[in-house]
Design a protein. Structure first.
Length: 295
């Protein structure tokens, strides 16, 4: 069932190509007016930018869209994007924080400047946008925020320290904002996509690349952006038309003086999710009581 997003205004970052482009087109197809953000490359005219081309495609299909050329990590970029949407569309309802920067360097070879450049696009870009839009979403009592994360942000990966750190930060920001906005009609979630994009080209076999189309991610994003969204503070994995739910988990606790043996035993226990950090702490307190360490 296709969501009806008529009357809503969306900002999509990194929307010139790949998943961001697919999301902008899908949101517009469902009736949303879209601010299409993608940074300008050196030497490009307005019409040559990928953001302008996506916005033109939306308008050609009967939708409403504007191109925005902010570099998401630049100081004040979030405020300028929100102001751009408010000036032309009169409101902001949906944020899809998709912009990211690829990485192919081990930590030892990476300068702090290079690390920060990747982290700032992946995390600070999302932070600035959401921070600028947050008061508007709270005041109107409705908002949907979708942040793009990655399995690298939950599990890490060789050569992806900066990218992984940015995505881990995204997930924890998302969960915290979900708790803050829940009582005011806001829903904040994250999507961890597997898709054939510029960032993954050269890493996927041809048949797998055909299966993992960016468009296969958009039904989830559009649902998370809709009135019908019942999720809040959750991570969903999407790829090839299949979906998973991601968790942060902890095992139950064990006591013992032989730490090596305790660690070995912990590795055999299943993990369980906690809805928030207070709940995780409360379960440990209860285990202390049950174990006799706390009276």
């Amino acid at each position: 069932m296709q969501q009806d997003l008529r009357g809503r205004v969306a900002i999509v970052t990194g929307a010139g190509k790949g998943i961001g482009r697919a999301c902008a087109l899908a949101l517009a197809e469902r009736g949303a007016r879209v601010l299409v953000n993608n940074r300008r490359h050196p030497g490009e005219t307005d019409e040559q930018t990928s953001a302008a081309q996506v916005a033109a495609a939306i308008r050609a299909a009967g939708g409403a869209a504007l191109a925005n050329h902010e570099s998401v990590q630049a100081d004040g970029a979030g405020e300028r994007m929100v102001a751009h949407a408010l000036e032309h569309f009169g409101r902001v309802d949906i944020l899809v924080a998709n912009a990211a920067s690829p990485q192919a360097s081990t930590f030892r070879k990476q300068t702090l400047e290079a690390f920060r450049a990747i982290f700032d696009v992946g995390f600070l870009g999302a932070l600035q946008l959401v921070h600028a839009a947050w008061p508007h979403l709270l005041d109107q009592g409705w908002g949907r925020v979708v942040m793009m994360t990655s399995s690298a942000g939950r599990y890490g990966n060789h050569g992806l320290a900066a990218y992984s750190a940015s995505k881990a930060a995204i997930e924890m920001l998302m969960r915290s904002l979900a708790a803050e906005g829940a009582s005011r009609g806001l829903r904040v979630n994250a999507v961890s996509p597997y898709a054939d994009t510029q960032m993954t080209q050269g890493y996927l076999a041809e048949d797998l690349a055909r299966c993992l189309r960016p468009e296969a991610v958009t039904p989830l994003v559009c649902w998370l952006a809709s009135d019908g969204c019942t999720a809040n503070g959750e991570v969903f994995v999407a790829g090839g038309g299949r979906f998973r739910r991601g968790f942060s988990v902890e095992t139950d606790s064990l006591a013992g003086d032989d730490i090596a043996s305790v660690i070995d035993a912990l590795r055999e226990l299943p993990g369980r999710p906690h809805p928030n950090s207070n709940h995780a702490f409360a379960t440990l307190v209860e285990e202390l009581r049950q174990g006799g360490q706390l009276r």
